[in-house]
Design a protein around this ligand. Structure first.
Ligand code: NDP
Length: 239
């Protein structure tokens, strides 16, 4: 029987590549999205299961996971990938931009994990993979909200890994560097150019280059890796 995986933000960008990678590996994938019906429909047209869940809302996460389990079966793998940016320097940042980024990027990891971890504990198997960011490790100008959320994910990952290590569950975080998606296409070209100059590989990453790492962490081959932070950034350390 094939395993079930949830990928939040799974119908676009990095999440779509993760969903497609897991489907290719034989998983039944539930791709959760917020509002982009067009991407969700495209995913369904290719035979995928897409479900509207607002990951910033605890009840929506609980209800969404219940529906997924009714449709596909118990969840074995959770990829907390959904994320947003609301950039701005702190002295001008609106309160809403702070709360929205923390709720979508960080509190979502609590709400989604809370909904699946009990079942994983009972069944003695689980994989939780949290998508953080290089900017959670090193900070970024104009991103106090995003960097705080992404750094928070790293602490969350390590603490939950300790709580689940004897239960066959691994919890890990991935810190991508700059990856070609809608999120980075919003960055001004001249700023993007200066960012690419700092990447030793000389280019941005592709969503598939994050998806392959998720596929490995989800597999039995990664059973002794837990509480880890894995970088995939073309060599861009702390520059
Ligand atoms: P995109 O902006 O391309 O896609 C974001 C996805 O998250 C969309 O599917 C969106 O849903 C979903 N989403 C946003 N808010 C919610 C919500 N409240 N509930 C449910 N789903 C939501 O982002 P990327 O693919 O670039 O990024 C994916 C992850 O990787 C994010 O966590 C991001 O922070 C992280 N990351 C990205 C990097 C990059 O360079 N691109 C670098 C480092 C980390 P919908 O389609 O409905 O809008």
């Amino acid at each position: 029987m094939s395993k079930v995986a949830i990928v939040t933000g799974g119908t676009r960008g990095i999440g779509l590549a993760i969903s497609q990678g897991l489907i290719a590996d034989g998983y039944k994938v539930a791709a959760a999205y917020r509002s982009d019906e067009e991407s969700a429909q495209k995913f369904r047209d290719l035979g995928g299961y897409a479900i509207q869940i607002d990951v910033s809302d605890f009840t929506s996460c609980q209800d969404g996971v219940t529906k997924i389990e009714e449709a596909l079966g118990p969840v074995n793998v959770l990829v907390n990938n959904a994320g947003i940016t609301r950039d701005g320097v702190l002295h001008k940042m609106e309160e809403d931009a702070w709360h929205a980024v923390i709720a979508t990027n960080l509190t979502s990891c609590f709400s989604m994990s809370r909904a699946v971890v009990g079942g994983m504990r009972e069944r003695g198997f689980g994989r939780i993979i949290n998508i953080s960011s290089i900017n959670g490790e090193k900070g970024q100008f104009g991103q106090t909200n995003y960097a705080a959320a992404k750094a928070g994910i790293l602490g969350f990952t390590k603490a939950l890994a300790l709580e689940t290590a004897t239960k066959g569950i691994t919890v890990n975080a991935i810190c991508p560097g700059y990856i070609e998606t809608d999120m980075t296409s919003n960055i001004k070209p001249e700023i993007l150019e200066s960012i690419v100059k700092l990447i030793p590989a000389g280019r941005m990453g592709k969503p598939e280059e994050i998806a392959s790492l998720v596929g490995f962490l989800a597999s039995d081959k990664a059973s002794f890796i837990t509480g880890a932070t894995l970088d995939a950034n073309g060599g861009q350390y702390m520059a």
